[in-house]
Design a protein around this ligand. Structure first.
Ligand SMILES: [Ca+2]
Ligand SMILES: [Ca+2]
Ligand SMILES: [Ca+2]
Length: 203
């Protein structure tokens, strides 16, 4: 059976997925539901080149899938006659233009490992969030024009530790902010271009 993870979605997207799931499960009879859903134009299932099962949901009814779920199957460790199915990736096209606006990759414990977001819905990813054991460790902000990582925010236990920026876009960090208990304590700048801070400012 599918597992629904509405609680992990940003709020504006939750209703969208909810609609997608409603569209996929039109019948009360679960045996019938699978057969029906395969014929339902709003739901289809396929296998990709990597052998993953891909479920496509068209929540808006325009004929284009806007929610894609990717699953991997493996034999159960305790009982190899059983097949385990695990969702490895979720993609959402929030505005129906064919480009993915949310892409989540899950670890083997079903925690989000990475999350790519196109918040302004222009078709290019603006931030990538990295998680370890379900906890945010790093957030990269991507410059829309150059596609480079302009700012990296580092976290420990969900609290901001350090911000790094490449302000002159030469792929070398030249600006640092350090935080203690979430409060900015000092700012460093590299003015000579060697990648090391040479001026420090206490806050
Ligand atoms: Ca889109
Ligand atoms: Ca964008
Ligand atoms: Ca730089």
């Amino acid at each position: 059976m599918m597992t629904f993870m509405l609680h992990r979605l940003p709020r504006p997207l939750a209703p969208l997925l909810f609609l997608a799931l409603l569209g996929a499960c039109g019948s009360d009879d679960s045996a019938k539901r699978d057969a029906n859903s395969l014929e339902n134009p709003q739901f289809s299932r396929s296998r990709n080149a990597e052998g993953q099962i891909v479920e496509h949901y068209d929540s808006t009814g325009d004929g284009e899938p806007d929610v894609l779920k990717y699953y991997e199957e493996s034999a159960d460790a305790d009982d190899p006659s059983l097949t385990r199915r695990r969702m490895v990736k979720l993609e959402i096209d929030a505005n129906g233009d064919g480009s993915v606006n949310v892409r989540r990759v899950y670890d083997e414990y079903n925690n989000v490992r990475t999350e790519e977001l196109d918040v302004d819905l222009d078709g290019s990813i603006d931030s990538i969030l990295y998680y370890d054991g379900g906890k945010l460790t790093r957030k990269e902000l991507i410059d829309a024009e150059s596609g480079r990582v302009s700012t990296t925010r580092h976290y420990a236990e969900g609290t901001l530790l350090r911000v790094e920026k490449d302000q002159n876009a030469d792929d070398r960090i030249d600006y640092w902010e350090f935080y203690e208990e979430g409060i900015l304590t000092r700012v460093g700048r590299d003015t000579t271009g060697d990648g090391q801070a040479d001026t420090w400012q206490a806050r």
